[in-house]
Ligand binder design. Structure first.
Ligand code: AHR
Length: 326
């Protein structure tokens, strides 16, 4: 059993090493001696669950390029928290100069973050947050998920608050700050309105699960459903297939509000199949790279940097689409 675990651990280290982009001189750049000032960064990404995630990964890879003075070791954990913890531990063992972590879930980080701290390796969070003590990480660059949920809920309250309306919700990954905080913000905003929650289940931020869960909602509640809130565009896009297959018209028979504003979501909004999208900006790479450079240089940084989001209705989506970067 123990041997199996060790083998699995070695295989993971091997897999991570294989994904090393442009290794400069085989070892930790800034900490590796000589004149090499390259900063070796281990980035523990959640996975590749959504269009948002692809845009975020691309933004990070662009910012942490060799040309910008980095040696990036990239790992995507397929949305498995234990695999992500193992990736961070592997970065510690490799002696990287800094670790960037997009935590899949909020809890469970205390031990490994303490190990990083004991090894003098700074951790910078990007995108989501953790419940661990703030002194275990240097900084966080991310989004205000609660405000995103509130913005979506306010739109619902303004448009349906005084009409009896049956709502279903497709939640993001259970235990992620993105899902928890969006739900809190949304629930607060629709409190006291005539919007009634029929059902709420996780679709894990993916198109496939969004479709499956929406199929289940439609089987159970049929045309009673008036409104869908999906915690991201991808689940909303998956739900479109289920709604059409049930003979209903998305955007008309069932109104749809989502979060992200990736190109596919904005196209559905411009086409009248979604009704409102709250943006979640995935282009965090430049800001994270700037913070990492400062932290590694021993300069002071803020504990958190929040990137602003916008929101779009159908007309605004039509206007924004031609220049949309992701
Ligand atoms: O943490 C941000 C969320 O993660 C995005 O809204 C979702 O699409 C992604 O998977």
């Amino acid at each position: 059993m123990k041997a199996k675990k060790i083998l699995a651990g070695l295989a993971l280290v091997g897999a991570i090493a294989l994904t090393t982009a442009g290794c400069a001189g085989g070892g930790s750049g800034a900490g590796g001696g000589g004149n090499d000032k390259v900063i070796t960064v281990g980035f523990a990404q959640t996975g590749s669950e959504s269009g948002w995630r692809s845009a975020n990964t691309e933004s990070m890879k662009e910012a942490f390029s060799e040309a910008n003075g980095f040696n990036l070791i990239f790992n995507a954990a397929d949305n498995k928290p234990e695999a992500q913890i193992a990736a961070v531990r592997s970065f510690i063992n490799q002696g990287v100069d800094a670790i960037v972590l997009a935590p899949i879930v909020t809890d469970g980080w205390d031990d490994v973050l303490k190990e990083a701290k004991d090894a003098n390796i700074p951790v910078i969070l990007e995108d989501r947050t953790v419940s661990a003590s703030e002194d275990l990480y240097a900084s966080w660059v991310g989004l205000d998920f609660k405000k995103e949920g509130e913005t979506a809920g306010t739109w619902v309250a303004d448009n349906f608050g005084k009409t009896p309306t049956n709502l279903v919700v497709l939640e993001g990954t259970t235990g992620s700050s993105a899902a928890t905080d969006r739900a809190t913000g949304f629930d607060d905003a629709i409190k006291g309105t005539d919007v009634k929650l029929l059902d709420s289940q996780t679709g894990n931020f993916t198109r496939a699960e969004g479709k499956t869960v929406m199929e289940g909602f439609l089987q159970k509640y049929g045309s009673q459903i008036n409104l869908l809130f999906a915690h991201n565009d991808d689940m909303g896009l998956g739900a479109l297939d289920a709604i059409k297959a049930a003979g209903l018209k998305p955007g008309t028979d069932i109104k749809i509000v989502t979060i992200d504003a990736v190109k596919d979501g904005m196209t559905a909004l411009a086409d009248g199949e979604f009704n409102y999208i709250v943006e979640c900006n995935p282009l965090l790479g430049d800001k994270v790279a700037e913070v990492v450079k400062k932290v590694v240089a021993g300069e002071s940084v803020d504990k958190s940097y929040i990137v602003e989001d916008q929101a779009f209705d159908q007309e605004q989506a039509k206007a924004a689409l031609p220049d949309r970067k992701y």
